[in-house]
Design a protein around this ligand. Structure first.
Ligand code: AMP
Length: 281
């Protein structure tokens, strides 16, 4: 496994792979890898000849006052997990490599970025779309695997790839959870033991919504309110949003239709957690 820090070296490496007519799968990450990331790598491993992951804590997707400076990092541990998942190359650029002096371009995906996480993080998806567009241009992957855990991010990347006619196939991967249902996340490391216990309410509220739908409740407001009440019963939980939306347009639904997704963001102390689930279908 090789680690590449420079854009021009990465591009040369990609040219070498392409000259051998080999295909590339990419898993973009911000590092501090966990079993969720590893599961994406296993999927990607089977989709192309060559598996590349990126580890880059992308400064432009963090808003003012967010956790950029304290975002957890552990490259040595990441290398071990990546090697076990048979990753051939880690692209680990510095911010200066990705955004050199004079950098001035960004990618804005409109509409689907205004609600859900975009409402409280107005510059976040511009940062995500921009870095992914750059990674796709540098690494030229045939396929890129993204987790459904970041449901709105996946929709944004799909929209961008479609709109800009990018030559990459986007492959989704299911959310990997801890035994008690909490979605794995690098940010779970911020939670105190008490917060960690109460955070299971996210998964329980999604399941509860799904059960209500299964039992015949199709009114989105009723189901949403039941989930909100359950979350509020957990000590310390502060809701950012709980929405039932169309999986493609991300527009809130009045009536729950097959494929509908409940998406939520909840803060415990300073830690903001997101989760989602298809509740109908
Ligand atoms: P991150 O390092 O948080 O930017 O995540 C990198 C990729 O891993 C994104 O496509 C995420 O959606 C995905 N991911 C993160 N956590 C999970 C999880 N628990 N299950 C599945 N995919 C995940």
């Amino acid at each position: 496994m090789i680690i590449i820090n420079e854009v021009k070296v990465m591009k040369a490496h990609v040219r070498m792979i392409k000259s051998k007519k080999q295909t590339i799968a990419l898993v973009p990450t911000m590092g501090y890898l966990h079993e969720g990331h590893v599961s994406l790598m296993h999927k990607a491993r089977n989709l192309a000849d060559h598996l590349i992951i990126s580890i880059f804590v992308n400064p432009i997707q963090f808003g003012v006052g967010e956790d950029l400076d304290k975002y957890p990092r552990d490259l040595e541990h990441d290398k071990k997990l990546a090697a076990q998942a048979r990753v051939e190359c880690i692209f680990h650029p510095t911010p200066e490599q990705m955004y050199p002096a004079g950098y001035a371009t960004s990618v804005d995906v409109e509409g689907i970025t205004s609600g859900l996480c975009g409402a409280s993080r107005p510059t976040h998806f511009r940062g995500v779309a921009t870095v992914c567009a750059k990674l796709f241009n540098i690494i030229e992957p045939d396929v890129a695997v993204f987790g459904e855990k970041d449901f709105q991010q996946l929709a944004v990347i799909r929209r961008m790839v479609e709109d800009l006619n990018l030559n990459v196939q986007i492959v989704p991967h299911h959310t990997v959870r801890e035994e008690d249902g909490l979605a794995m996340s690098s940010r779970n490391a911020y939670l105190s033991p008490e917060e960690r216990t109460h955070a299971t309410v996210l998964y329980r509220s999604l399941q509860h919504a799904r059960e209500l739908y299964k039992a015949g409740q199709k009114d989105a407001r009723t189901v949403r309110e039941a989930a909100v009440a359950l979350i509020r019963s957990a000590p310390g939980a502060v809701i950012d949003y709980v929405e039932i939306v169309d999986p493609v347009t991300l527009q809130p639904l009045g009536t729950i239709v097959p494929g509908a997704v409940m998406a939520l963001a909840v803060k415990f102390g300073r830690t903001r957690l997101i989760d989602n689930m298809v509740i109908a279908g």
